[in-house]
Design a binder for this molecule. Structure first.
Ligand SMILES: O=C(O)CCC(=O)C(=O)O
Length: 262
């Protein structure tokens, strides 16, 4: 699944871009299914805003219980959807099929995750003109195991460019420490005050169908989408069952056991 040079690039940079990894038909299927889910969603009077700048959503039961549900989160304007999360891969048959496709299993094996568990999934809208920015972060801040094992698999469902808010990353900075830990009570705990290294961020421009593997310690972010073009993406986070999933994680699944690729 991965050549020696791809493995070396991932170890060096903390990310790996795999073009044409997800076939067009599967990108279309995910987009169509997300549209159906949105059509079936009745927002009601209370709308949970998702913001990476302010963690207020974490105090909201609608967010806290979403690790074992399919829930809808809004941009700051409370009118436009930011994302759907966080158990699409277990609760929706279309997301399940794409998330557990043989090529995904083979990729995760090639990344040396001994006993993979599919922990979290997100459909990210980053809508034209209003899609908000995502602050610099390490995924292990939000999904921690002991030892750290989280790996992100981010799939471009539209062409992602610097105009519509593609991912940006600090290559090689995954070799630094975990800076912060976000806990179930909504607190952001400081672990290590080492600043992000002084490395020029790289834009991970990705054609539709590209899968980007992200090391759980790699600092990454994305700008707001100020363009007229959508930037939909599907993001899946995997952990290793051989690492201990601590009970201070925000994402808990008391009534939906975690599963691997089978
Ligand atoms: O899609 C984005 O803009 C950010 C996604 C992200 O940070 C992630 O999937 O870990």
């Amino acid at each position: 699944m991965l050549s020696a040079s791809q493995r070396a690039a991932y170890a060096r940079d903390g990310f790996l871009m795999l073009e044409d990894f997800v076939p067009e038909a599967e990108c279309d299927a995910l987009k169509a299914r997300a549209t159906e889910l949105v059509q079936g969603f009745d927002p009601g009077p209370v709308r949970t805003v998702f913001s990476t700048a302010d963690q207020a959503h974490a105090r909201d039961a609608y967010f806290r219980e979403s690790g074992q549900a399919i829930r809808f989160f809004f941009e700051d304007d409370a009118r436009t959807l930011n994302k759907i999360g966080h158990a699409l891969h277990d609760l929706d048959p279309v997301f399940d099929r794409v998330s557990r496709a043989p090529r995904m299993k083979a990729l995760v094996e090639a990344l040396d995750v001994a006993r993979p568990l599919l922990l979290q999934s997100m459909y990210l809208f980053k809508q034209p003109l209003v899609g908000g920015e995502v602050d610099w972060h390490q995924d292990a801040t939000f999904l921690h195991t002991d030892p750290i094992s989280v790996v992100g698999l981010w799939i471009a469902l539209d062409d992602a460019t610097t105009d519509n808010g593609c991912l940006v990353a600090l290559p090689g900075a995954h070799r630094g420490p975990l800076r912060r830990c976000f806990t179930r009570d909504g607190a952001m705990r400081a672990l290590d005050d080492t600043p992000w290294p002084d490395i020029e961020p790289v834009a991970l421009e990705a054609r539709r169908g590209t899968l980007i593997v992200l090391d759980g310690l790699l600092p990454h972010a994305s700008a707001a989408n100020r363009s007229p073009h959508p930037r939909h993406a599907y993001s899946l986070h995997i952990i290793d069952a051989d690492a201990r999933y601590t009970d201070d994680n925000w994402l808990q699944r008391p009534s939906l056991p975690l599963r691997g690729f089978t």
